[in-house]
Write a protein that binds this ligand. Structure first.
Ligand SMILES: Cc1ncc(COP(=O)(O)O)c(C=O)c1O
Length: 462
C-alpha cells in the first residue's frame, strides 16, 4: 500500500497559477489614503517593480524562473502522503491525503514564496530586505532565502513569539539575518505603540508597520519590504503546492477530490493548495473547500468584508478583505502565524463568491487533533497546521457517519519542532481557549467604520 506519492524534479510545475484570471467577478483595487485606487508606481518605494507587476497581473499562468526552480529543488516537489494510520484510528472510509510542506529547510510552506521574492528583489538590484514574522516561520524562510541569494535580511518578530520561540530567532541568525522583537524602539511605529501599550504581546499588524517603515526610510533606495502572505503575488507563488498535488493524485488514480482544507492566517498556504481546485470548482466541479482559522482570531467567520489597512500604523494601502480591524490585537494563542487581523483579498473574494467556506476552531481542540496526528502519522505539526488537522478529522468523521468514501486533501503547512512549548502546555492541561467577546470585536471594528466599503460582488452561482 502506497504511503507517499513522489514526483521527479523533472515533473515540477514550471508555471504558477494566477486565479485573478478566472475569478467570476473582478477584484476591487487597493485604495490610497485619498480613497482612490493606487497606481503600481505608488508601491515602488515598498516593493521592486518586477514583484509589483506580478501583484497586478491578470495572466493566468506565470513562468517560474529557472534559477528559482534550482533552489526550490532542494525540497520540491514536496511529497503527498496518504494518512493511512490516521484513517485507521478514525475508522473512516475517507481517504485523507496531505502535502508535506514541512520538508523545506525552514520547515514550512513559506520558502515557496520567500525564494522567488528574494530572487526578484536581487534581479532588481536590491541589497536588503525587511519583513515581519509571527511564529518565526516566515522570518526564517526569508532569512534562508536571502542567505542563498546573498541579500541582507532584517526581521521584526512579534514580541509574544520572540519570547515563546527563541529557537526560531536562532535559526534566522544562523542564516545571517538580524531579528528584533516587535514593537521595537527602532522605528517610530514601534515607539508609538510602546508608549501607549508597554506590555503589548505585539501583533503582525504592528510588526508590518515597523518593517515597512524600515524599508521606505532607507534613503539609499536599496532596501525593500517583503510580505509572507496576504498579497496576490504570495498566493501566486504558493500555487505550486496545489499544482503538484494534482499531478500526484493523478498518479494514484484519484479522479475526484471532495474536500480541500488549509489553515489560514494571511491565507497563503490555503490558497496555494486550494486555488488550482477553486479553478476546477469555477469550471463546474463539486468540491468543498475550507480555509480554517482560530476561533479567537475569527477574521473570515466573524469579520466583515471591508476596506482596511494591512498594518496597525496605517502605512499600507487599503485592501478589500475580511478583517477584524487593523487595531485588533489577537489573544496570545500559540498559533502565532494565524494571529492576523485580515485575510488575503483573493481569498476574501472567493469567500464572498461562496467558492470557499471558512471554518474556525479553538486551540485546545487543535492541539488534541495535533496529538492524535503525531501518534498516528508521526509528524509533529506546527500549531497553525493543527487547525487544518482538526477540520480534516471532523470531515473524516462526517464521512464515516454518512458512510461515504470521500477524498480529503489537506495542506500540512509545517512542522512544530520549534513550537513544543504549546504542546507542553496542552499536555499538562494548562492550555486555554480564548473565545472572542462580541463587545471586543465591535470595539475593534469601530476603528474601520469610516473606511470605504468594497462592493460584495458575487454571481450567486455557489
Ligand atoms: C506553519 C504555518 N502554517 C500556516 C501559517 C499561516 O500563514 P498563511 O495563512 O499565509 O499560510 C503560518 C504562518 O506563519 C505557518 O508558519
Amino acid at each position: 500500500m502506497q504511503v507517499k506519492v513522489l514526483l521527479d524534479e523533472s515533473e515540477i510545475p514550471r508555471q504558477w497559477y494566477n486565479i485573478a484570471a478566472d475569478l467570476p467577478t473582478p477584484m476591487q483595487p487597493p485604495l490610497g489614503p485619498d480613497g482612490k485606487p493606487i497606481s503600481p508606481e505608488m508601491l515602488a518605494p515598498v516593493f521592486p517593480m518586477n514583484i509589483i507587476e506580478q501583484e497586478v497581473s491578470q495572466e493566468r499562468w506565470i513562468d517560474i524562473p529557472e534559477e528559482v526552480l534550482q533552489i526550490l529543488y532542494l525540497w520540491r516537489p514536496s511529497p503527498l502522503y496518504r494518512a493511512r494510520s490516521l484513517e485507521k484510528a478514525l475508522g473512516t472510509p475517507a481517504r485523507i491525503y496531505y502535502k508535506n510542506e514541512g520538508v523545506s529547510p525552514a520547515g514550512s510552506h513559506k520558502p515557496n514564496t520567500a525564494v522567488p521574492q528574494a530572487w526578484y528583489n536581487k534581479q532588481f538590484g536590491i541589497k536588503r530586505i525587511t519583513t515581519e514574522t509571527g511564529a518565526g516561520q516566515w522570518g526564517s524562510a526569508l532569512a534562508f532565502s536571502c542567505a542563498l541569494l546573498g541579500l541582507e535580511c532584517k526581521v521584526y518578530m512579534v514580541r509574544i513569539s520572540f519570547d515563546q520561540k527563541p529557537f526560531r530567532r536562532l535559526m534566522m541568525e544562523t542564516w545571517g539575518a538580524k531579528c528584533v522583537a516587535s514593537p521595537s524602539n527602532e522605528t517610530q511605529a514601534g515607539r508609538n505603540i510602546l508608549a501607549e501599550l508597554p506590555d503589548t504581546p505585539g501583533s503582525l499588524g504592528i510588526a508590518i508597520s515597523e518593517a515597512v517603515e524600515a524599508a521606505v526610510s532607507d534613503k539609499s533606495g536599496q532596501t525593500r519590504y517583503s510580505l509572507g502572505s496576504v498579497l496576490n503575488h504570495v498566493m501566486l507563488h504558493q500555487t505550486i503546492i496545489g499544482l503538484e498535488a494534482k499531478k500526484q493524485l493523478a498518479k494514484v488514480n484519484e479522479k475526484k477530490v471532495d474536500v480541500v482544507i488549509g489553515c489560514a492566517g494571511g491565507g497563503s498556504n490555503f490558497a496555494g493548495l486550494a486555488f488550482p481546485f477553486v479553478a476546477d470548482k469555477i469550471a463546474g466541479a463539486d468540491i468543498e473547500i475550507y480555509p480554517v482559522e482560530p476561533s479567537s482570531c475569527p477574521t473570515m467567520t466573524r469579520g466583515p468584508f471591508s476596506y482596511d489597512f494591512g498594518d496597525t500604523a496605517e502605512m499600507t494601502p487599503l485592501l478589500p478583505m475580511h478583517t477584524l480591524g487593523h487595531k485588533f490585537v489577537p489573544p496570545a494563542i500559540h498559533a502565532g502565524g494565524l494571529r492576523y487581523h485580515g485575510i488575503a483579498p483573493l481569498v476574501s473574494q472567493t469567500i464572498v463568491e461562496g467558492l470557499v467556506t471558512p471554518r474556525a476552531y479553538h486551540q485546545v481542540e487543535c492541539y488534541k487533533a495535533a496529538l492524535l496526528w503525531a501518534r498516528t502519522e508521526g509528524f509533529i505539526s506546527a500549531p497553525e497546521t493543527s487547525h487544518a488537522i482538526a477540520c480534516a478529522i471532523e470531515e473524516a468523521k462526517k464521512a464515516k457517519e454518512e458512510g461515504k468514501e470521500k477524498v480529503i486533501l489537506m495542506n500540512w503547512s509545517g512542522h512544530g519542532l520549534m513550537d513544543l512549548t504549546g504542546y507542553e502546555k496542552f499536555m499538562s492541561g494548562k492550555l486555554e481557549d480564548f473565545p472572542l467577546p462580541e463587545e471586543m470585536l465591535q470595539e475593534s471594528l469601530a476603528s474601520i467604520s469610516k473606511l470605504p466599503k468594497p462592493q460584495a460582488a458575487k454571481t450567486g452561482k455557489w
